[in-house]
Design a protein around this ligand. Structure first.
Ligand code: ADP
Ligand code: MG
Length: 361
């Protein structure tokens, strides 16, 4: 089956076709461009509900194809654990029998949930790995809701009421002294949705796999998340951050050498409009509605993609002031924040520049 046939059969993915073609073009173009001194080799596949591109720098390794296939395979392994749509995934099983004591969940899931609960704590609930039932009310289960209608106010109020019955928070991950790990969820209101953290974890694992295979210089992009290692033949990797209100415009440019992760959360990728209001996929559990903190784009730089991914969502919900405070409080975390009213901020060590300021620096 050709890539395009597959895409045209999946309506939610139609919007990716132009990007897919651009990436195909790039993968053809890069090797010619740098034939003498090594080149970038890129490969794109659909995984985790988005396009994932693995780019490596090198002079050409006969085993490169096999190595890249192994990296994609690792991403799919994480997806198979963390997906809440796949009826065979541990997350699906947990969500469908929440109050059961789930003994020894897969290690990857424990790592993701543990980090998710930590970031939930740090962000005072702005990031919340237990919002699956609320996301379902809004229709953000797969892609963008087809009907694009608001949920019933009664359903939202009922959700909030149920949720408020658990002031101590209802996702419990316990590690016994003997090493046994158990997980259970309270009531029928808590259900796992790891959409803002699992992709980051998958990219961390993908990069570890890349390095184990002997590739030291590479870049892996999945949707708004990416992880970077080494350099592009001694030169920095260069990445553009999209303008949140102009699809064709790059707002900022990041140049990096060495290990780093970067994630961007925005209200412009998955949304529908009702009465002129943007109904997007990052929800605020305090209101039960799409976050209206004033921020429209948040990029976070961190060592791990899992942390960058979750924090970009957390800061998006926290808003400018609280978001800044969280970034400043955490070691090794930097950020670039944009508000709807045009106000913007970046932390001093963020490795990116606003494009309209570049000439002055
Ligand atoms: P994207 O997945 O588009 O890169 P994010 O990393 O910001 O963007 O993740 C958004 C996804 O996270 C949503 O599609 C949903 O699955 C989940 N989500 C939505 N709101 C929250 C929240 N407040 N805390 C944690 N996860 C959330
Ligand atoms: Mg995120």
């Amino acid at each position: 089956m050709s890539g395009l046939t597959f895409f045209s059969k999946v309506p939610a993915l139609k919007k990716w076709i132009p990007l897919f073609l651009v990436l195909l073009f790039f993968s053809l173009w890069f090797p010619w461009n740098n034939r003498d001194s090594g080149s970038v080799h890129s490969s794109t596949q659909l995984a985790m509900g988005t396009l994932v591109t693995i780019s490596t720098w090198g002079t050409g390794d006969v085993d490169e194809g096999k190595k890249v296939a192994r990296i994609f395979e690792r991403i799919r392994q994480v997806e198979a654990i963390a997906s809440r749509q796949d009826a065979n995934s541990p997350v699906y099983r947990i969500n469908h029998s929440p109050q059961t004591k789930h003994v020894a969940p897969p290690e990857a899931l424990v790592t993701i949930i543990e980090k998710g609960l930590e970031i939930r704590q740090q962000s005072q609930g702005a990031f919340d790995p237990g919002l699956a039932s609320l996301l379902d009310l809004w229709g953000f289960t797969h892609g963008v809701p087809e009907k694009g209608a608001l949920p019933e106010q009664n359903d939202l109020s009922a959700w909030l009421e149920k949720r408020n019955q658990f002031p101590e928070y209802g996702i419990h991950l316990n590690k016994d002294p003997n090493g046994t790990v158990t997980l259970h969820l309270d009531g029928d209101v808590f259900a796992l949705d790891l959409g803002a953290i699992a992709k980051g974890y998958a990219l961390d694992q993908a990069m570890a796999t890349m390095k184990q295979s002997g590739i030291q210089d590479g870049l892996i992009i999945g949707g708004g998340d990416m992880i970077i290692a080494g350099s592009k033949g001694g030169k920095p990797w260069r990445i553009g951050i999209q303008h949140p209100r102009d699809r064709d415009k790059v707002m900022a440019q990041v140049e990096v050498m060495g290990d780093m992760a970067l994630a961007t959360s925005g209200d412009y990728e998955r949304f529908f409009m009702v009465n002129g209001e943007r109904q997007h996929h990052i929800l605020d559990s305090k209101t039960g509605k799409p976050s209206r903190s004033g921020l429209i784009s948040v990029s976070i730089q961190a060592k791990e993609a899992m942390v960058a991914d979750a924090l970009s969502t957390a800061v998006f919900v926290l808003g400018m002031e609280k978001g800044k405070a969280l970034i400043e409080q955490l070691d090794g975390v930097e950020g670039m924040l944009v508000q709807e009213n045009g106000e913007r901020w970046k932390s001093p060590q963020f490795k990116g520049q606003w494009l309209d300021e570049q000439k002055n620096d």
